[in-house]
Design a protein around this ligand. Structure first.
Ligand SMILES: O=C(O)CCC(=O)C(=O)O
Ligand SMILES: [Fe+2]
Length: 283
């Protein structure tokens, strides 16, 4: 019998202990004293407590966690397999979940993205979920454009690399977006998921479901400023050509800590290409 199919009375007893404020390790110790194997006791306690937390979240109107891409899962190696390229991890943070990647794109790939996007740029818009429309907004003073998924050989190559790195299907990704920030331009702190409380969200989620991860890739190195900031974590990522920042959010809620922004460019310009990953197939 697997421990997860352990009899209901044991699970009920663990739940009672947790509700009475007993420490999980004490509960495990009590089970071991009753003849349980340590590892099996830990597994059952963990499973019951996880279920309690999910129930608690639901009862308090919080969204439940979903699976997310996890680029660090590959056996703990710091050199990730991007298929056609090995990608070094430069830093990672547990909460919010952030992974900083070095050399995700070659210099030539960065230059080619800028060249392909330059003539198609338009003032960036922000999707106003209450009104269900996209509008120019002072919180976002960049210019941008979207490629459709698989639009050209360069997009296809990068999309395949990201899918391999994140172990997340290409079909679950939105088209790549290129942004250009001139001097002084910025993107004020925001969340990338779609707010479930807004009326326009249901329509957006019909295609692909929620966003669960973002990868912001730097196509040049601004002379000063332009960091990607995570203000709630007191953390910022330096925009360096070819490098990237990955972050994931397992539910559309501020508790993920993934509020982030593009700090104002102080000197020079800043170019990024962004990929958003959805929970399901995006058309
Ligand atoms: O420019 C940056 O550093 C962040 C971009 C961003 O947050 C976005 O495109 O959603
Ligand atoms: Fe963002």
């Amino acid at each position: 019998m697997s421990t997860l199919e352990s009899p209901a009375p044991v699970r009920e007893w663990i739940t009672e202990q947790a509700r009475a404020g007993r420490e999980p390790l004490e509960v495990v110790a009590a089970m071991v004293a009753e003849g349980w194997q340590q590892d099996e006791a830990i597994t059952v306690v963990q499973d019951v407590l996880h279920g309690l937390l999910v129930e608690h979240a639901r009862a308090n109107g919080l969204p439940e966690p979903t699976p997310v891409p996890e680029p660090m899962e590959a056996g703990g190696s710091h050199l990730l397999d991007g298929g056609d390229r090995k990608v070094p991890v430069l830093a990672y943070l547990r909460h919010p979940r952030v992974v900083v990647l070095g050399g995700l794109l070659s210099d030539e790939e960065c230059d080619e993205f800028i060249a392909l996007a330059r003539t198609r740029l338009q003032r960036s818009e922000t999707f106003l979920l209450d009104e269900g429309v996209s509008q120019v907004h002072e919180a976002r003073t960049s210019e941008g454009m979207f490629f459709t998924r698989g639009e050209n050989a360069l997009c296809r190559r990068l999309e395949a690399r990201l899918a391999k790195l994140c172990a997340w299907p290409v079909e679950f990704g939105e088209g790549l977006q290129v942004l250009r920030y001139g001097p002084g331009a910025e993107y004020k702190p925001h969340f990338d998921y779609f707010d479930p409380a807004k009326s326009g969200t249901a329509g957006i989620l019909a295609n692909g479901g929620q966003r669960v991860a973002s990868i912001v890739m730097y196509l040049n190195t601004p002379d000063a400023g332009g960091e990607t900031t995570f203000p709630d974590a007191g953390f910022k990522v330096a925009p360096v050509k070819g490098n990237a920042v990955f972050f994931s959010y397992d539910r559309p809620h501020p508790m993920t800590g993934t509020r982030h922004g593009g700090a104002p460019v102080v000197a020079g310009e800043k170019w990024v290409v962004t990929k958003w990953l959805r929970l399901g197939e995006f058309h």
